[in-house]
Every structure is written in structure tokens, then in C-alpha cells.
Design a protein around this ligand. Structure first.
Ligand code: FES
Ligand code: FES
Length: 151
């Protein structure tokens, strides 16, 4: 089937297998490999994207459900060659090791800060609770989110 969607602000279309997940289609058909496939079961959050502004696990969404909708992936966060403040904070804090979890965490953190610009520690933990990281122990990730938050 032909799927048409606004992806990272750009009208986009591709021929896809109707049973494909949004994650697979983004990576294989739309040329956007930033979203990662670590579990394909909705457990890890590494595939997180925004669908009409709502954070979802793209491995649990059929690409057909994105037809006619807006999708934001990690590739869409930077603007005009400038990293998103959350991306910059992750770099500065050293919150990236293998990087497999990073796209999903960055999107989840950006989503949290768009709704709650000055989150408490508990709100940060809650906001990122759907995203697993096997490397960092989370301390530097929380540090990065605090640094990107409004004072
Ligand atoms: S790959 Fe989607 S939640 Fe893990
Ligand atoms: S940096 Fe490796 S899983 Fe998070």
C-alpha cells in the first residue's frame, strides 16, 4: 500500500507492506534509521517516535496507522544544523555509551520538557520510565535532562 504522512515536517510517501510496523517502515522504506529496534515488543522505548505529537513505540504501531498523520523521529529534532537542546545536553553530560537507547530517550526527554519545562526528579524518572538503557546506569541521562530543563 502507499502511505503518505508528514514526517519531520516534510510530506513523505512510500510503498510499504501493510503489515509492517511504523518502525520497520521508517527504517527500511522512508530512509530514517535513527529509531532503533531493540525488542520489537514495546518494552524498551528505543523505537520511540511522536505520532501526532504523542510519544509511541513505533514497533507497536502499524505503518498504515500513520497514513495521513504526522510523525517526528529523532532525525527531526535538530533545526538548521543545530542540535536540539536535549541532544546537546546528552553530548555535554556524556549520557551516551553504545547509543542504542539514545534516540528514544532523547525523544522521550524532549516530549517531557515540551509538556513540563521544569520537571522534578520524580517527573523525569516517570517521563523516561518507558525507555531502557543497558549501559549508563541512568545518572548521566537524568543529569542531561535536568541540564536541558528550564531553570
Ligand atoms: S523496539 Fe519498540 S519498544 Fe523496544
Ligand atoms: S547507552 Fe547503551 S543502551 Fe543506553
Amino acid at each position: 500500500m502507499r502511505v503518505r504522512a508528514t514526517i519531520n515536517g516534510e510530506p513523505s510517501e512510500a510503498d510499504v507492506w501493510p503489515g509492517a510496523s511504523l518502525l520497520t517502515a521508517l527504517r527500511d522504506d522512508f530512509g530514517l534509521p535513527g529509531s532503533k529496534n531493540a525488542c520489537e515488543q514495546g518494552e524498551c522505548g528505543s523505537c520511540s517516535v511522536l505520532l501526532d505529537g504523542v510519544l509511541v513505540c513505533s514497533c507497536l504501531v502499524l505503518v498504515a496507522q500513520a497514513d495521513g498523520h504526522e510523525v517526528t523521529t529523532v532525525e527531526g529534532l535538530a533545526r538548521g544544523g543545530e542540535l536540539h537542546p536535549v541532544q546537546e545536553a546528552f553530548v555535554q553530560a556524556g549520557a551516551v555509551q553504545c547509543g542504542f537507547c539514545t534516540p528514544g530517550l532523547v525523544l522521550a526527554a524532549a516530549d517531557l520538557l515540551s509538556r513540563s519545562p521544569s520537571p522534578t526528579e520524580d517527573e523525569i524518572r516517570e517521563g523516561l520510565s518507558g525507555n531502557l538503557c543497558r549501559c549508563t546506569g541512568y545518572a548521566k541521562i537524568f543529569e542531561a535532562v535536568k541540564a536541558a530543563a528550564s531553570p
